[in-house]
Write a new protein. Structure first.
Length: 176
């Protein structure tokens, strides 16, 4: 039973706490100010705005509360984070990892180790197709990769393939 706001839309609890900072401070254990780095949502969650990572300060306070005997669920309720987040933070702290892991995609590609082989294929047969390259990678190097992934990898390294010279759109013969 969530409270209803304007246009009969549910009001997110964070929005309620922003309206009354004293409640936010007593319920969550820290002041919830507009410039605070302790809250993750950057806007109203009902509107679908993106969120950002929780601060290291909030993480350390949750871990301190846990070390002080508070359960993960109680710490989550006190600091206004998800129960699974608190449980994951406490579990990683017990494993010896106090700071968060790096976010985002890992760098590099599976094809980086085979760069010399790929360049050799191109130099050996200038008119080799992506499909032929994918097939040879699979047969000779046991690398399973899609044609589009190989195309992206090649383009990032400046390799492009044109099968014929550029033609003007209104002509049927090549322009030299």
């Amino acid at each position: 039973a969530r409270r209803k706001g304007p246009a009969n839309r549910p009001v997110h609890p964070v929005s309620l706490f922003r309206a009354c900072p004293l409640i936010a401070e007593s319920c969550l254990g820290f002041p919830l100010l507009p410039n605070s780095d302790s809250i993750a949502p950057t806007g109203d969650l009902v509107g679908g705005n993106m969120t950002r990572a929780f601060s290291d300060d909030l993480r350390s306070r949750v871990l301190a509360a846990s070390r002080g005997g508070m359960s993960a669920r109680s710490a989550a309720a006190r600091f206004g984070i998800g129960i699974s987040t608190a449980i994951a933070w406490i579990a990683s702290a017990r494993a010896g990892r106090l700071s968060p892991l790096r976010q985002g995609r890992r760098g590099g590609s599976r094809l980086d180790a085979h760069e010399d082989f790929i360049v050799g294929m191109i130099e050996e047969a200038k008119d080799i197709t992506l499909n032929e390259m994918v097939l040879r990678l699979h047969e000779e190097r046991a690398v399973s990769i899609g044609r589009s992934a190989l195309d992206v990898w090649l383009r990032r390294r400046g390799w492009t393939f044109k099968k014929r010279p550029h033609m003007h759109w209104s002509r049927s013969a090549p322009i030299f």
